[in-house]
Design a protein around this ligand. Structure first.
Ligand code: ZN
Ligand code: ZN
Length: 191
């Protein structure tokens, strides 16, 4: 693996040996000794995606495994952070029109509308309560009037019976007066 990377490196640019400054060609390269390989493998290096924000320091040995899993790999698709479940690469993320975000905004708007409607409902309830209280007061005064009317009705009935009693008494008195007058006229004619 390491030799392949070096071969690509050497093929892509002109490289000279740091000791004798002779040009190095990929065919000159030979696999490193096991000792050197194990030394290189234990070297700590930065992740390939350090410039994209990955701060991981790993051994050369574990670099390829890390790179294939690294969340900062611009080609790696990760689930949308807004929670819609769509897998997106870094590039796709910037152009992603998240449906969930729209839904959340709609829910926010609906919640605001519900809160406003609840306020209106509360005001209406207070108004209805006031009207009911006023109606109850009116009902109370109507009941009092009814009681007064019943009392007056009773008084009128008692008065009526008194009047009829008086009428009966006065007719008896009239009969007595007539009888007295008759007796008086008889005694005058006899005398
Ligand atoms: Zn990384
Ligand atoms: Zn999304």
């Amino acid at each position: 693996m390491t030799i392949t990377i070096f071969r690509n490196f050497v093929d892509n640019r002109q490289t000279t040996c740091p000791i004798d400054r002779n040009e190095i060609k990929s065919d000159d390269l030979k696999p490193a000794s096991r000792l050197l390989n194990s030394f290189l493998n234990r070297l700590n290096i930065r992740c390939d995606f350090n410039e994209f924000g990955c701060n991981s320091i790993i051994t050369l040995e574990s670099l390829s495994a890390h790179v294939s899993q690294c969340n900062y790999n611009p080609e790696k698709a990760l689930p949308c952070e807004k929670g819609c479940g769509i897998l997106l690469t870094v590039k796709q993320k910037s152009g992603h029109n998240c449906v969930l975000e729209d839904i959340l905004v709609t829910i926010d708007n609906q919640n605001e509308r519900i809160a406003n409607l609840e306020k209106i409902l509360e005001k209406n309830n207070a108004f209805i309560h006031q009207r009911l209280e006023a109606l109850e007061k009116k009902n109370d005064s109507f009941k009092q009037l009814e009681i007064k009317y019943k009392l007056l009705e009773n008084k009128y009935e008692r008065l009526a019976s008194c009047v009829s009693q008086l009428t009966l008494n006065s007719s008896g008195l009239n009969t007595g007066i007539l009888a007295l007058e008759e007796n008086q006229s008889l005694s005058t004619s006899n005398g």
